[in-house]
Design a protein around this ligand. Structure first.
Ligand code: SF4
Length: 222
């Protein structure tokens, strides 16, 4: 779809902008505007946003900011796809921070985050073996994380859990970021099993269940 008001130099390709409850991370349950950018260079086996791989609509950063403002939110999450795959994601994040929102960025961990506005809370995935995309992890991102940020592991099986536990130690993640999130892959690993592993090992991590899946079973727009 083309938009005559959007020019490539100041445009982002958008799959959807919607208002919902945050389903994940530290602000779970809080009303949030989501800006979902189109496109992702990864193909995780459990991906639940394949509809964001292509299509979308070019919109100027000003247009996106205006649509976000319609909801008068406190929290805004920029997500994808992989939002940082679009160059103009960076100025979009700046514009949203300048507008006074509490902005978070959901990123796959495969793209360098060095130029992300420091006001943004980064929620960075580390892709596990069973994701099929472990080789894409850019570990040079880890030293760029601050105590405002969060690291997420989507865990599919015991091997993933053991791998995540190893990475937790290797990079002292619990000492580096505000939260380390262990999220069971929906439909693959029973949440209770993951809960029991975390308790047995006394891990300093937060079990994360995806609220939007419980509430809306992954319908786009929620
Ligand atoms: S990084 Fe996210 S959007 Fe991209 S394939 Fe993986 S789960 Fe899907």
């Amino acid at each position: 779809m083309t938009n005559p008001l959007a020019h490539a130099a100041d445009a982002v390709r958008i799959t959807e902008i919607f208002y919902s409850l945050q389903g994940e991370a530290r602000t779970v349950g809080l009303p949030t505007v989501f800006v979902r950018l189109t496109g992702c260079p990864l193909r995780c086996v459990y991906c639940d946003t394949e509809y964001a791989f292509s299509g979308g609509e070019l919109q100027s950063i000003t247009q996106v900011a205006a649509r976000v403002a319609d909801y008068s939110p406190r929290y805004v999450t920029v997500t994808g796809g992989e939002p940082l795959a679009q160059r103009n994601c960076l100025p979009l994040l700046v514009a949203l921070c300048d507008a006074g929102y509490e902005v978070s960025l959901e990123t796959s961990g495969a793209v360098n985050v060095a130029d992300v506005d420091p006001r943004v809370v980064k929620v960075l995935d580390l892709k596990t073996p069973a994701s099929g995309e472990m080789a894409r992890n850019d570990y040079s991102n880890i030293p760029l994380l601050t105590p405002r940020d969060q690291v997420k592991f989507v865990i599919c099986d015991r091997e993933d859990y053991d791998w995540a536990r190893f990475k937790l130690d290797e990079y002292d993640l619990a000492g580096r970021v505000s939260d380390v999130l262990f999220s069971p892959s929906h439909g693959q690993l029973p949440p209770r099993e993951l809960a029991e592993w975390i308790l047995a090992d006394n891990l300093p991590v937060r079990l994360q269940l995806q609220l939007h899946k419980l509430l809306w079973n992954d319908e786009p727009g929620h």
